[in-house]
Design a protein around this ligand. Sequence first.
Ligand SMILES: [Zn+2]
Length: 495
Amino acid sequence: MTTPIYYPNDIPHIGHAYTTVLADVLARWYRLNGHDVFFLTGTDEHGLKLQRTAEKAGKTPKEFVDSMVPVFKKYWSLLEINYSRFIRTTDPDHEELVKKVFEELYSRGYIYKGKYSGWYCVSCEKFYSEGEYVEQGGQKLCPIHNKPLELVEEETYFLKLSALQEEVTRLIEEGGIVFPEGYAREILSRIKKEGLRDLSVARPKSRVYWGVELPFDRDYVAYVWIDALLNYLTGVGFMRDNNSFEKYWAEAHHIIGKDILWFHSAIWFSVLRMLGLSPPKRLIVHAYIVNRGLKMGKSVGNVVLIDDLVERYKSPDAVRYLLMRLLNLDKDVEFDQSLLDNIYNSELADTYGNLVRRAGVLAMRKLGGRVERAGPDPGLEQLSNSTVEKVGRLMQEVRVSEALSTVLDLLREANGYMNKTQPWSLEDPREPLYNVLEALRIATNLLYPVMPATAESLARAFGFQLRRVDRLAFGQVEAYSVSEAPILFEKVGKA
Ligand SMILES: [Zn+2]
C-alpha cells in the first residue's frame, strides 16, 4: 500500500492527510483481515522546486529537507499513520536504485539523447505544451499556479514512451488496474488524442544540481518525476531484496490524487514495462477536498491545516473519521466546517459516543461491570451480521464513506433498541445490555481501521478483543467486564 511521496517544501495540510489517511485505513483494513501489508510513504526530495525553496531559506537542499522530514513524521504520527517505511528519495538505497534503473533503461535502448525546448513550470516540475498553458497579456502561464512559465531549451535525454503506447493502451483498456474506471477512460482518451510522447527524463546539472546523477552522463541528473516514481520499487526491495520484492510488488496498491494520474498510469506503466515488471495491482485514484472551489495549495492560499482540525475535534481519530466521511473518489468535495461539525456532533458525539457512555455507565451501575451472554435480539443480531458483510463489500470497492454510514446505521438502531428496552428501569437489564454491547463491539471492530485508538481503548474499557472481520459475529462474546464508561467525543459548538 503506497501513498505518493510528498514534496517537503512546506508542512503537510489536510489534502496530504486525505490521501495518507485513506492509505492507512486500507492498510489497517487488510491487516485486520490477516494480510501481511507493507505500507510505504515518504518524501520526494529532489528537483528544482526544492533547490529554490532551500536557497530562499538560506539552506542547502539537504539541510532543508532534513529539517522538513521530522515535520512530516510528526504529523503522520499525530494522525496514527502506521507506515512500514518512510522513504526519502535521498536515501542511499533509493539513489542507488535510480542509477541502476537509468543504466538498465539506457542499455536497453529506451533512453536517447536529443534536444528539447519547452515551457516549464517550476512549481509543477513539468513542461506544458500549447493548449495546456494559459495565455494572458502575451505571457504563458501555468494552468495550475497561474505563474509565468519559463522557456527552457537544452540538450537532454528522452525516454522512448512512444514505443510502449500500444502496450500501455491495451493494459489500461483491459481494465481492473485504474480504479475507479472513469479515470481509466480519461487516460485512454488522452493517449488517443495526443499520443504517448517521448519524455525528457534528464536535467542538465548547470540548471538543476539537486538530483540523482545519471550513471552514463555525469552532467545530468534524473528528472525528479521518474526519480520519485521509482520509490515504489526501492521501498519493497527491487534489485536489493528479491524475496521482499516478489512478495509485495505483485500486490502493489498505489493510492493517489487525480492530479498525478497521468504520471502514475501512462508513464509509470511504461517504465515498468521497459524494466520487464508487471504494473501495480491497483491504482486507486481520488478527487480532492477543495476549498472555495480550488484544490488546496500554498500559492492559492486556501490551505486547511491538520492542526486546526485536531484542535477543533480534540481527537486525531475524529479527524480521520471526518476525512473518510468526505471521501469521494470521483467528485471533488468542498471543505465545509459547519458540515463537519454536524457530522461530528450527530454521528460521533450523539450516536456512537453517547451509546458507549450510556451502555458503559449502566453496565457498571446495574451489573457491577459484568454482563454475561443473554438471549440475542433477533433484529440487532441480524442487522449486525449483515453490517459486517456489507462493510466488507464496500471496503473492497474503497467506498469508505458508505462503509462508515453503514456502521452508523447499526449504531442508530442500537440506540433505538436501548430506548425501547429501557435497561435502566429493569431489575435485571442483562439481556438488553448484552445486545447493545454486542452491537457496539461489532461497530467498533468495523470502525477500527478509521479510528484505531478509539477502538483499542474501547476494547480495553469494555473487555473485548478486536477480531478479523471474517470471524466477527454477533453473540460470540461470553461475558463483558466493563471497567470504564469513557466519553469518547465532546460535542463542538458553533464555529
Ligand atoms: Zn505549475
